[in-house]
Design a protein around this ligand. Structure first.
Ligand code: ZN
Length: 436
């Protein structure tokens, strides 16, 4: 069955037309940046490239990369390509390592953001008939506003419940008959637990039947847990504030890759070490250029997110826009344990394999002498006997070794013992730099 498309004409454009639009918009963006942003003009000069050198889509490779560091250096408004009076909204990410990064929008940028987010929400099943609850903190982060604008564009009834106060979220869901929810998936799982503590069975007593979740790695195992707990169809949205926020791509009803809106974004996949393109279906770092952004266009922005691009082909859903895999990890959060490279998402996939395992876990890295030690702590779904804990720990140890090549220490904890602070779960705790 073909699912509902927000903008069928654009979502099903043939490849030739997509590429024509991309080339036209890429050239415009390069000119705009070159003419209006002194910092970028200098970068292009250093790379010995002029706007007129961009004649084909492949020529994008002549352009220098942009990185988070470029945004930090130009904090807050150094990369503006329009006068500040034309800017209508601002968002910022927290600066865990120094200055925050700020992104800005013209009225048209907000319009484009609403459009791409509406496509993502419609792809996940949101329609005018829905009651849409948005349990994401409204503030400087892009998340809540992206979902809000997209849902507004669709015409769903928005319940802007904002973040936190989990019991209140459940009460609102019950009172208003919420049918669709957003957020990060670990919070959705947490809400299911809270509902059950209140004597409410999410799959039976609440009406939520679909959801769109972003901002965390999103494995198939987590998606299945979410679907089972809520009796819903969970989708995954990808995005980053530098592009617009959430809304860059989402998985369709095939749940096999995320369609990225190529009329607004141009995506490449590169080897993070060499900067050279990798083959389709080969893992690399996603590099994205904005094609329609006015206030702060970015070209060849290194996302640090690792994924692969699908070979271009028509998807069963009818959409023609390129698909990328779910994010496998970030170049930043690759863990190196005694010379073995691994990602938290690989471990999560294993932990979701056993029905007795809970959704709450953390990876603790320690040093003993010169040796790296990795412990994986995971809560069981229900309280288990010592014997059952032992068996479960053995199962996980074996499976994690099979997937990563590294043998971890696995500890099974009782439900509710791992602290949850804030909205995102802290999955990796690295104690190795603190001596010992
Ligand atoms: Zn599709």
């Amino acid at each position: 069955m073909k699912d509902y498309m927000f903008n069928e004409k654009m979502e099903t454009l043939d490849r030739g037309k997509i590429e024509l639009i991309q080339l036209k918009r890429l050239k415009e963006t390069v000119h705009r940046l070159y003419e209006n942003v002194a910092y970028y003009r200098r970068k292009m000069k250093d790379a010995s490239v002029k706007p007129d050198d961009i004649k084909t889509l492949q020529d994008v490779r002549k352009l220098p990369f942009m990185e988070k560091e470029d945004l930090r250096k130009n904090y807050p408004f150094g990369l503006l390509a329009v006068p500040l009076k034309d800017v209508v909204e601002l968002h910022a990410s927290s600066g865990t390592t120094g200055k925050p990064t700020t992104v800005v929008y013209t009225r048209n940028d907000i319009e484009v953001w609403s459009e791409v987010m509406a496509r993502c929400l419609a792809m996940s099943g949101l329609s005018k008939q829905d009651i849409f609850q948005n349990p994401i903190p409204y503030g400087l982060f892009t998340g809540a506003f992206g979902f809000h604008y997209g849902a507004l564009k669709i015409g769903a009834l928005i319940v802007p419940s904002s973040g936190g106060e989990s019991k209140r979220q459940i009460t609102l869901m019950r009172d208003y008959g919420t049918t669709f929810m957003s957020g990060v998936i670990s919070y959705g799982l947490h809400l299911a637990k809270v509902a059950m503590e209140m004597g409410i069975e999410p799959s039976k007593d609440l009406n939520v039947r679909a959801g769109l979740f972003g901002a965390e790695t999103f494995t198939e195992g987590l998606r299945k847990k979410m679907n089972d707990l809520w009796d819903m169809d969970a989708h995954n949205v990808y995005g980053l504030s530098e592009m617009c926020g959430p809304g860059v791509s989402t998985d369709c009803d095939q749940h096999d890759g995320l369609h990225l809106w190529e009329d607004h974004f141009f995506v490449e996949c590169i080897d993070p070490e060499t900067g050279e393109p990798v083959e389709p279906e080969e893992k690399g770092e996603l590099v994205i250029s904005t094609l329609t952004k006015e206030a702060m266009p970015l070209l060849r922005y290194r996302t640090r997110d690792l994924a692969f691009l699908y070979d271009i082909r028509e998807c069963e859903c009818g959409r023609t826009h390129v698909k990328h895999s779910t994010i496998i990890g970030r170049t930043d959060d690759m863990i190196i344990v005694s010379g073995t490279n691994l990602f938290p998402s690989q471990i999560e996939e294993v932990l979701m394999k056993h029905q007795k395992g809970g959704v709450n876990y953390r990876i603790i890295l320690e040093k003993k002498g010169y040796l790296d030690l990795m412990a994986v702590e995971v809560e069981s779904l229900e309280v288990l006997s010592e014997k059952e804990k032992d068996e479960l720990a053995k199962f996980y140890t074996k499976e994690i070794k099979a997937v990563t090549g590294y043998t971890p220490m696995v500890r099974i904890l009782d439900p509710g013992t791992i602290p949850r602070d804030g909205i995102k779960a802290k999955r990796v705790i690295d104690l190795r730099d603190q001596g010992g």
